[in-house]
Design a protein around this ligand. Structure first.
Ligand SMILES: C[S@@+](CC[C@H](N)C(=O)[O-])C[C@H]1O[C@@H](n2cnc3c(N)ncnc32)[C@H](O)[C@@H]1O
Length: 302
């Protein structure tokens, strides 16, 4: 690891404190407000989420290994992956594990101090810098790949797509990992995702799902910037061990359900509890797992 990362980390620090006004540009204000509110209690977020299967990172890496020679460089050494919106480090854990025997270096980033604190405790040896997707404190064309997990809805905007393109090397990869409940297998989850889309839409975050995963207009938006090409998609199914009660906690940790008042949040909680009861305990079934679909979207910087 060269000293660039240490310099950036020292000079930037975490400045998006919970009480600070957000520093983003106007169009990003409300979205950052949502994130600040939603991820204030990072320990609770971290314990409510089930994490990522190692195959999510392996799938991403396998796509990187397939990238053209000029991107891989002469000897595949010193390639850097920048992770955006790393949160408490749930995807970073599997990413670091999957890159252990490779020549990739992982640098994670996160805009919120609340999440960064938990990240540092959990992954003290992983480089963490403070930034949002629309203001990355790194030089032009310095990064081989950018990846973000369950953060596409926060990054699908022209400012972030443009800034990410600036730091990526030509031929570099921008990838999104989206790990959500597989609504094809448990259609009862659709109502909960519809609710989350409703609350996100209040702050201009477009989030919709179909059988192929996230369908907001990120793809068109990214291509329209003129910086990217060759959008590709892949996915795999897996499942998480989880109880009915834990499933309610998992849904309630979604950022969307913090952008509402207390009464609305409690209504969402009751809706989740009722849906789960109807499908499990109330129907004489014990919930032990939930089917998940992990999608990978990636594109190439021109
Ligand atoms: C749902 S969490 C996902 C965190 C982590 N990747 C994971 O999978 O557990 C979304 C993360 O995106 C971060 N975030 C929100 N807006 C962002 C932005 N504009 N740029 C970068 N990260 C952002 C939030 O602070 C939060 O940590």
């Amino acid at each position: 690891m060269d000293s660039l990362w240490n310099i950036v980390t020292r000079s930037q620090g975490f400045s998006a404190q919970e009480d600070d006004p957000p520093r983003q540009q106007t169009t990003q204000h409300s979205k950052m407000d949502v994130a600040t509110q939603a991820f204030k209690n990072a320990d609770s977020y971290d314990s409510a989420r089930k994490g990522y299967p190692i195959n999510s990172a392996k799938l991403f890496l396998s796509k990187l290994q397939e990238t053209p020679k000029q991107f891989n460089g002469n000897n595949n050494k010193d390639r850097t992956i920048l992770e955006l919106g790393a949160g408490t480090g749930q995807f970073s854990k599997v990413l670091v594990e999957a890159t252990k025997e490779t020549d990739f270096t992982v640098v994670s980033s996160e805009p919120l101090e609340s999440m960064g604190k938990v990240f540092r405790k959990s992954l003290p040896n992983v480089e963490l810098i403070c930034c949002s997707g629309d203001k990355i404190p790194l030089p032009d064309s310095s990064i081989d790949a950018v990846v973000a997990a369950n953060t596409l809805h926060y990054l699908a905007n022209v400012e972030s797509f443009t800034e990410i393109a600036r730091v990526l090397k030509p031929g570099g990869i921008l990838a999104f990992v989206c790990n959500y409940v597989d609504i094809q297998k448990v259609p009862w989850a659709q109502a909960i995702y519809d609710l989350s889309a409703k609350f996100y839409s209040r702050v201009g975050i477009k989030l919709s799902f179909d059988e192929n995963g996230i369908t907001n207009d990120w793809e068109k938006m990214a291509l329209n910037t003129g910086f990217y090409q060759k959008v590709q998609k892949d996915f795999f199914f897996h499942s998480d061990n989880i109880t009915e009660e834990e499933t309610v906690r998992m849904f309630m940790s979604y950022g969307a359900f913090y952008h509402c008042d207390e009464t609305e949040r409690e209504d969402v909680r009751s809706t989740c509890e009722n849906i789960l009861k109807e499908n499990y305990s109330g129907a004489g079934k014990t919930m032990t797992e939930i089917p998940m679909r992990c999608s990978l979207y990636w594109m190439e910087k021109k």
